[in-house]
Design a binder for this molecule. Structure first.
Ligand SMILES: [Zn+2]
Length: 478
């Protein structure tokens, strides 16, 4: 144990304010980070902002705000969202940071170039600004639109670009993924990537002319007419944030990443492009990818057109940080699309949180206080906190299943109280019963630490030393 583990959240574009989909991923990354910390590792949780994309430039234009200011303000909002979700990013690396990120990305470029993997050629292709990537006709839907951005026309681009020899790494990538050297969670995404790798890989454009980049982004080393393609630099935020190209000692302490947390729409960039760049630069590869699905709202995809975009800040304000964390970790299965609805949120809040967990703690502490109960602080070792069945789910990042199992336990504690009716029993008999209940609740508090950090702390505090009646964990909604 006591390993250094780098865990990364994906790097959001900052062309708009964060939505609940971002909140979902922030919560997942943070839960993973807290879990590994609980297992006594040293953990660094990294996020950042993808600031060199054309869509950022376009959005700033539209809002008539100075580009840097526009980007800084949005990046700030993402950091504020993290804070209000009690998500602790140890590092937030901005893509427009010339001092660290530009130098770092140019270093990666030079290493690939030294390996003879970068060459210049004329190119014509269809570009989706939403994805910031080129597509071939076969990869698009019937109407010629990309699957991630229906309703948006692709741009036809003709220019001279630098290309990366992706094709050279095809077999190596297949080996890595097949053997789980680069492990992809869940299995279905691994198979999807392997399916994609069955077709011949084409080399990819990794630069664009200054004019098309609107002169925004990381300059290509030794060519003042071009900027580095946004994915090449955005992926490198995982490294530039921890010293690659500017602090070798720091970089060696933390790279390679233990896990990249990403959404299903960007698997190809992470499972194909990114490891290929790293192989070319002769750098170590990340160990794994956790690929979550998307959030729908009332069964529909979130979109501005439908007008069902949910502001995560108002959600947190209404229900509280831990209730939102609970919903996203328990109700949303990490590996399939999950739905958010206010109706379900209210149900979960009052049944799972207020009634089952909150009531349990308040019933037990009230009884224990009456009996003047005092229990020594427990020093649980990690194997006691997560018995095998829970650990197995956690190691597969199946947060919903871990919580389900914890809640089964919570329900049986409630049932035991109802069945035993401690208030009707002799003092001695009641004491034995309450001690066992308090201890189990204390264990549950520890188990909940990665999920609901604040609530978990309250439960732990309330179930050790002199037991006092506590305030409701989840007060009635107004
Ligand atoms: Zn697209």
């Amino acid at each position: 144990m006591n390993k250094n583990l780098l865990i990364t959240n994906s790097i959001p574009y900052v062309n708009a304010s964060p939505h609940v989909g971002h909140a979902l991923e922030f919560i997942q990354s943070d839960t993973i980070a807290r879990y590994y910390r609980l297992l006594e590792n040293k953990v660094l949780l990294l996020c950042g902002s993808d600031e060199n994309a054309i869509k950022n430039v376009q959005a700033a234009d539209k809002s008539k705000i100075n580009l840097q200011k526009f980007i800084d303000e949005h990046a700030k909002e993402f950091q504020q969202l993290a804070e209000s979700l009690n998500v602790k990013f140890d590092i937030f690396q901005k893509g427009s940071d010339q001092k660290h990120h530009f130098i770092s990305s140019q270093r990666l470029w030079r290493l690939c170039n030294e390996n003879d993997d970068i060459y210049k050629k004329d190119y014509e292709g269809l570009y989706c600004v939403g994805c910031e990537t080129f597509y071939t006709k076969e990869e698009l839907g019937e109407n010629g639109e990309c699957h991630e951005h229906p309703g948006r026309q692709l741009e036809k681009v003709i220019e001279t670009n630098y290309f990366f020899r992706l094709s050279k790494y095809q077999n190596k990538l297949i080996d890595l993924i097949q053997s789980d050297s680069l492990k992809i969670y869940p299995e279905k995404r691994k198979n999807e990537v392997l399916g994609f790798l069955k077709q011949p890989l084409r080399d990819i454009s990794i630069s664009r002319l200054n004019e098309r980049a609107r002169n925004w982004g990381v300059p290509v080393p030794n060519d003042s007419t071009q900027k580095i393609y946004v994915w090449f630099d955005a992926l490198n935020i995982y490294q530039s944030g921890i010293g690659f190209g500017w602090d070798d000692k720091l970089y060696k302490e933390w790279w390679p990443a233990k896990i990249h947390v990403i959404g299903k729409g960007i698997v190809r960039f992470h499972a194909v492009y990114w490891p290929a760049f790293l192989l070319s630069a002769k750098l170590k590869l990340p160990q794994s990818l956790f690929v979550h699905d998307y959030l729908t709202v009332n069964g529909q995809k979130m979109s501005k057109t439908i007008g069902n975009i949910i502001d995560p800040f108002s959600l947190i304000k209404k229900y509280g940080t831990d209730a939102v964390r609970y919903y996203f970790l328990r109700e949303i299965s990490p590996y399939s699309d999950g739905d958010y609805s206010e109706k379900r949120m209210n149900e979960v809040y009052s049944s799972d949180l207020a009634n089952e967990l909150g009531n349990l703690l308040s019933r037990i502490t009230t009884l224990a206080q009456k009996d003047n109960l005092s229990i020594d602080k427990t020093n649980l070792v990690i194997s006691q906190i997560y018995p095998k069945n829970l650990k197995k789910h956690f190691d597969n990042y199946e947060f919903n299943l871990v919580l389900e199992s914890i809640w089964t336990n919570i329900r049986s504690l409630n049932k035991e109280i109802n069945d035993f009716t401690p208030w009707s029993k002799q003092a001695n008999e009641r004491k034995t019963f309450l001690i066992s209940q308090v201890q189990t609740l204390n264990l549950i508090g520890h188990q909940l630490l990665p999920f609901l950090p604040e609530t978990a702390e309250k439960i732990i505090q309330a179930t050790q030393n002199k037991i006092l009646k506590i305030q409701p964990l989840f007060p009635r909604l107004k």
